[in-house]
Design a protein around this ligand. Structure first.
Ligand code: DDH
Length: 288
């Protein structure tokens, strides 16, 4: 009589916590100019999800189609090969995780480890094929105005308040001339998650930078910080500005709303029946 051994092939929350911890351990790297891969990992998570179109239910984080050309080469994705490359090391240790889960989990880990709020997250994305890749033009163009912003984010299913909450991620990281053509950080602490983006946007005087690069703003006082035209619009448009003020005044409110909205963003395009759990998990920080 053969003995049946029950093997558990479905990864558990603890297995994903191990992946989280591994990502946390590779965030800081002195060989990388920016000191931490955190910001570029957040950008990868966002660009892999923000291609969603609610009407056709295409795009989003499900299939990790940025692995394929031409999506990998879309202008908006310039520089993200850095983020995908560094996560390959994690994928080698945990080959069972899908790319969509890995990239979105890396965004969650980066936000939490850089001092941001907990981001509820759950696995279930599957690897797709090149035919699932999205057409160019689904991600925002930094040189445009409020109509463009609304068109892009309403298409994903977000409202004005959520657009502003998500924009607070620009507290992190910087623009790289060899990636987007723009230059510089938004805040003085680009590897710590704060509501500084909103404070600076509202309270500094912003002037157009005189240079040969794409149109961007700089703070009048130090000339070292930047805003994209699409960031600046948030302080001009009445409906957006209301939320900019609220988030500048209340860091807890911002953290709460960012957590909810970023969590929602990372789930775009994943069919309900693919989730391995009905409720997203809150994973522990590496030092908890
Ligand atoms: Fe962004 N972003 N982003 N962004 N983004 C850039 C960098 C980073 C726009 C344009 C740019 C979001 C929304 C918008 C992050 C997160 C998020 C850069 C510079 C450009 C340009 C890239 C480079 O040169 O390296 C525009 C336009 C929008 C828009 O909404 C209209 C959102 C919603 C998020 C998010 O995460 C929720 C992060 C983080 C970075 C810093 C990356 C880095 O390497 O540093």
């Amino acid at each position: 009589q053969a003995v049946k051994v029950k093997t558990n092939l479905v990864p558990t929350k603890e297995d994903y916590q191990k992946v989280y911890n591994e990502i946390a351990s590779i965030l800081e790297d002195n060989d990388y100019d920016d000191g931490s891969y955190g910001p570029v990992l957040v950008r990868l998570a966002w660009h892999s999800s923000g291609t969603y179109d609610k009407d056709t239910k295409t795009g989003g984080s499900n299939y990790a189609t940025m692995r394929f050309e031409p999506e990998a080469l879309h202008g908006a994705n310039a520089g993200l090969q850095v983020a995908r490359g560094v996560l390959e090391k994690v994928k080698e240790k945990f080959p069972w995780i899908s790319y969509g889960d890995l990239w979105t989990l890396a965004g969650v880990c980066a936000i939490q480890e850089m001092g941001g709020p907990k981001i509820p997250w759950r696995p279930g994305r599957i690897d797709g094929f090149a035919k699932d890749a999205t057409p160019d033009g689904r991600l925002p163009d930094a040189s445009q105005g409020s109509d463009h912003l609304r068109n892009i984010f309403y298409r994903m299913g977000f409202n004005d308040q959520e657009i502003v909450a998500l924009a607070g991620a620009h507290a992190l990281g910087r623009c790289h001339p060899d990636r987007s053509g723009f230059e510089g950080p938004w805040t003085f602490s680009p590897i710590t998650f704060t509501n500084d983006f909103f404070n600076l946007l509202l309270n500094e005087k912003w002037v157009w930078r005189k240079w040969s690069g794409p149109k961007q703003l700089q703070d009048k006082k130090t000339g070292t910080l930047m805003m994209l035209p699409t960031d600046y619009v948030l302080a001009q448009d009445k409906s957006f500005k209301k939320y900019v003020k609220q988030y500048a005044e209340d860091q807890d409110l911002f953290f709460n709303d960012f957590s909810k909205t970023f969590s929602k963003l990372l789930e775009l395009g994943v069919p309900e029946n693919q989730w391995v759990t009905p409720e997203p998990w809150v994973l522990k920080n590496a030092d908890e």
